[in-house]
Design a protein around this ligand. Structure first.
Ligand code: ASP
Length: 599
């Protein structure tokens, strides 16, 4: 038998078990699959046979099966792989199961053969109604069993469809899928590299790519003017919940494009991906500048499913005798805050909990005022006796509302109020599940200055182009330059980001110098291959990259990236099934010209 497209028939089986339907009634079938459950009711044995399409009930009864077949069916252990032969029949009236795809039929089997006997599974695959999953650590340790579950399989099927949709969408538009090296040179996306020692070149190392950034720009200098790759990227970052050390990006680059060209393509690609998962998406997405996002929401990827916007209340506090606020204002800071409708009813303890979050985000504390019976109430009220700036003003405090303020530099108040805003929305139940609010954030700053060392770092990456108008207006103040960089955001999560690149080698050299890579020799050592290619004739170009894992997680309705990755790492960056990382024998290290330090 040949493997014809559209049919799952092979030399071993005629159909996939889970795909049988009423239309197959009367068909003789040979099925291969896993024993999900079995029940021996005396005269009849039922085996639930599972494959990737679902589960079908297989029955062995005295009217149609031999005593040997019935005994063999009764003896088979769960999770064993069996091949059964039989005929599809209609289930008797009253025994149909509308919850199963195959629920109108069953297979009356005449033979069963165990082709892959199973040891007792370390974690259950079949679960009873309401029965919880085994602990995640155990499931990751026995991933080969966990991946037998229908919901994880469905996630991988969806992921596959998303990748196919990406390939179709981009190929139709003239993008070429080109692979880039995994053994490469450090790429400065801002994280630490995974290093790979070279055996044949003692003391030298490859790095695993943090992204194919430089390679994709090189393609543009070659005239391969539309590139994409579903690229594996590696970043050795500090451990954080739901971050994977290796992750997958849809990586895109194109030549002779502007920001609007890339963003239009990005919106259409996102719409195509969402459509693949059955959701309609309206394009274009709203745009917001980084500055507005920070001002109104305190973060560069605001969740627009709810309001609770931040407002500037500095004028209300200016001239009061409230030292914390006036000192912050005198130091060039502001008093910003959000007004929470109904928050006046929250207990002190509840507000203290919210304050703890603001503090963990860096604020010294939260200033609180509420309005009860028309009057301002709370420890700050006394500073506003005789005048009530919160009746009108930047953002009035209505009856029953609570205002929460942070005084200080925006660098402090923005992350704190972002955290407070999210928490208040949670507590008030303001977040409509199921709603999708896409947003494109533009005009990111080019650089971020470390407040302690004073050093500049690229906000996106060093190859992003600064906005020419800003460079001209503030030639000596790179802090004020905005970048031609953008992010695509959904419900407070970054889906992807990119930029228009610097294609002028002199400007690129200057960017390196501003980032502290001033020496020509050092620039050439680290980025010579890019600078050389830019000098050889480079077109204007730009691109974007999307996080496949996160997109798959959102579209699968999963809550963890680990649920959409076949073999994920734990939050401690360990692979539990394969048991990696792992120690290696000293002689292997010696081959690599390495030794371990005692401490
Ligand atoms: N390489 C960038 C990243 O991984 C994306 C881009 O600029 O295209 O974030």
């Amino acid at each position: 038998m040949t493997m014809s497209p559209g049919s799952f028939a092979t030399s071993w089986r005629t159909h996939r078990a889970g795909a049988l339907r009423a239309a197959d009634i009367g068909t003789p079938v040979v099925l291969g699959g896993w024993v999900h459950r079995s029940r021996n009711l005396g005269g009849i044995v039922f085996v639930d046979l599972r494959d990737i399409d679902g589960i079908v009930q297989v029955s062995f009864g005295t009217d149609w099966a031999s005593a040997e077949a019935i005994a063999a069916a009764a003896a088979v252990g769960v999770e064993s792989v069996v091949v059964v032969e039989g005929t599809v029949v209609a289930r008797a009236e009253g025994t149909r199961n509308p919850e199963m795809g195959t629920g109108d039929v069953e297979v009356r089997a005449t033979a069963i053969r165990v082709v892959g006997p199973a040891t007792t599974p370390a974690i259950p695959v079949a679960r009873g109604r309401g029965e919880k999953l085994a602990a995640e650590e155990l499931r990751l340790r026995h991933r080969y069993l966990d991946l037998r579950r229908a919901d994880l399989q469905a996630n991988l099927v969806l992921r596959h469809r998303l990748m196919q949709a990406t390939r179709a969408f981009l190929s139709e538009r003239g993008f070429l899928e080109i692979e880039t090296p995994i053994l490469t040179k450090p790429t400065p996306e801002g994280a630490r590299d995974y290093l790979v020692p070279s055996r044949v070149h003692p003391g030298e190392f490859y790095a695993l790519p943090q992204s194919p950034q430089i390679y994709k720009q090189l393609f543009m200098t070659c005239g391969l003017d539309r590139y994409f790759q579903i690229a594996r990227c590696f970043r050795d970052e500090d451990l954080r919940a739901d971050r994977q050390p290796e992750f997958t990006q849809i990586d895109i680059e194109a030549s002779f494009v502007s920001q609007d060209d890339i963003l239009a393509l990005a919106e259409q690609l996102v719409a195509a991906l969402w459509r693949t998962a059955g959701h309609d998406v309206t394009t274009p997405f709203p745009r917001m500048t980084y500055r507005d996002a920070m001002e109104r929401f305190g973060c560069d990827r605001p969740d627009l499913r709810y309001g609770l916007e931040i407002a500037d209340h500095t004028e209300a506090f200016r001239g009061t005798s409230f030292g914390i606020a006036t000192a912050a204002i005198a130091a060039g800071g502001r008093v910003r805050g959000i007004v929470v409708p109904g928050g006046a009813a929250w207990s002190r303890k509840q507000v203290d909990e919210i304050e703890a979050l603001a503090k963990s985000a860096g604020a010294a504390g939260l200033l609180r005022v509420r309005r009860v019976d028309g009057k301002l109430d709370g420890p700050l009220a006394k500073f506003f006796e005789g005048s009530d700036p919160f009746i009108g003003g930047a953002q009035p405090i209505a009856e029953g509302a609570l205002a929460l303020f942070v005084a200080g530099a925006d660098r402090v108040s923005s992350p704190a109020l972002d955290r407070v805003r999210q928490e208040c929305a949670q507590r008030l139940g303001l977040i409509p599940e199921g709603e999708q609010r896409f947003l494109i954030v533009t005009d990111f700053p080019m650089f971020d200055r470390d407040p302690e060392s004073g050093a500049l770092a690229a906000v996106h990456h060093p190859f992003t182009s600064p906005q020419v108008d800003d460079m001209t207006a503030f030639p000596d103040a790179p802090d004020r330059w905005r970048a031609n960089a953008y992010d695509v955001v959904l419900n407070g999560l970054e889906l992807g980001g990119g930029s228009i690149r610097t294609h002028d080698p002199a400007v690129q050299s200057r960017m390196f110098a501003l980032l502290g890579i001033g020496e020509k020799a050092e620039q050439e050592r680290r980025f010579g291959f890019l600078l050389e290619a830019l000098r050889a004739g480079a077109p204007p170009h730009g691109g974007i990259a999307f996080g496949v894992d996160r997109i798959a997680m959102l579209l699968a309705g999963a809550t963890s990236l680990r649920d959409v990755i076949a073999f994920p790492k734990t939050t401690a960056a360990r692979a539990l099934f394969e048991d990696a990382p792992t120690q290696v024998p000293p002689e292997d290290l010696a081959d690599l010209h390495l030794g371990l330090r005692a401490n």
